[in-house]
Ligand binder design. Structure first.
Ligand code: FES
Length: 79
């Protein structure tokens, strides 16, 4: 389904943008041109974004830096 007629942006493209890291309408505007012209698609694009964010798998939390344990050990050893 076309979400933005002015820029021929589909719901699928919004899904793909979210999976690539887009989290806001501003991101979609920058990456795809959504809502950059007449703006009539903004509400629909926002709805698609919300759904895509809910369905998109979340990235795993980042692992702590490798040196985090060693500095703690150092702090414990120094006290
Ligand atoms: S329909 Fe998206 S900017 Fe016009």
């Amino acid at each position: 389904m076309y979400v933005c007629v002015c820029n021929a942006v589909t719901e699928r493209q919004i899904d793909q943008a979210v999976r690539a890291g887009a989290t806001s309408l501003r991101h979609l505007r920058h990456q795809l041109g959504v809502s950059a012209d007449c703006g009539r698609c903004a509400r629909c694009a926002q709805d698609c974004l919300r759904v895509a964010l809910c369905e998109s798998p979340r990235p795993a939390p980042a692992a702590p830096p490798a040196h985090a344990g060693s500095s703690l050990s150092f702090a414990l050893e120094a006290s």
